[in-house]
Ligand binder design. Structure first.
Ligand SMILES: Nc1ncnc2c1ncn2[C@@H]1O[C@H](COP(=O)(O)OP(=O)(O)OP(=O)(O)O)[C@@H](O)[C@H]1O
Length: 264
């Protein structure tokens, strides 16, 4: 494993108003790693990613990307980053061609370079016929593919993927998994946040579990399995988050749903 440090979080804490969301997160990530960043809803995963991307600020602790403190940096580090956000803000009135050449140019590609590359990537996803159609007419999975393409156009070294497989069918998931593995083989670093445990288990070479703003587990799937004596990542997740009530909650929920019917 390559030992070049790509990003580092040191005692990173972040509050929104009186609510402390991150409580001293420490994390060193190295070149070629695929980090599966997991945790319950509201644990602080997206907040961590947004801090690293400079999309939100006002934190304590130190964040370094490519060896530079991001506060002191001149933001040129962002040119080496690709990002697929959890909720897409695609410009839906644009065509895929317009959107992708626009984002490619933002990252420093010429318009022609961006167009040729975007078309080639769209074609690989079977979307060449809709290259000149408005994104508003696309299905959820098609939009997701456009987002993934836009995050990769400038050949970034560090990728932040927030739930990148959302809306993708099983065949597309297989393709994306393969793409991520090949990018990591080429030394790209991937920071990947998802709730789909079986995919995280398969594609990550390191899993970081965040609970209530703190890292509570960090290691390969095999290491976590040995430490926790549980079978799947889903089981380990449930154990480490102390969650055992799914049956009771489901039963109460369904009882409440049934109670709403007046005709029984
Ligand atoms: N801009 C904001 N203002 C106030 N509170 C916020 C803001 N952004 C996030 N939070 C709060 O921070 C906490 C962590 O949110 P975050 O989106 O980081 O969680 P997450 O781990 O990504 O969750 P999920 O798995 O549901 O996407 C939540 O309690 C959320 O309400």
């Amino acid at each position: 494993m390559n030992t070049k440090k790509v990003l580092s979080l040191n005692g990173v804490s972040k509050s929104f108003g009186h609510k402390q969301v991150l409580k001293g997160v420490n994390l060193d990530v190295y070149e070629g790693q695929i980090i599966g960043y997991i945790g319950p809803n509201g644990a602080g995963k997206s907040t961590t990613v947004k801090l690293m991307l400079g999309l939100i600020d006002g934190y304590t602790g130190l964040i370094e990307i490519f060896g530079e403190n991001i506060i002191k940096g001149d933001y040129s580090y962002k040119k080496r980053i690709g990002y697929v956000p959890e909720t897409a803000e695609l410009y839906e009135n644009l065509t895929a061609f317009e959107y992708l050449t626009f984002t490619g140019e933002l990252y420093g590609l010429s318009s022609k370079e961006a167009e040729v590359k975007a078309f080639g990537l769209m074609k690989e996803f079977g979307l060449e016929a809709v290259f000149h159609q408005r994104i508003s007419s696309f299905s959820k999975g098609m939009k997701q593919k456009v987002l993934i393409i836009s995050s990769l156009l400038h050949n970034p070294d560090l990728l932040f993927f927030d739930e990148p497989l959302s809306g993708l069918d099983a065949n597309s998931v297989m393709v994306i998994k393969e793409i991520l593995a090949k990018l990591a083989e080429q030394g790209k670093t991937i920071f990947y946040s998802s709730h789909i445990m079986d995919v995280v288990e398969k594609i990550s070479n390191r899993i970081v579990l965040l609970v209530d703003g703190q890292v509570v587990a960090d290691g390969s799937f095999e290491e976590l399995k040995m430490q926790n004596q549980e079978g799947s990542l889903e089981d380990i997740f449930n154990q480490l988050t102390g969650f055992t009530e799914h049956e009771e909650i489901a039963e109460r929920f369904v009882n409440l749903v049934r109670g709403g019917r007046k005709d029984e």
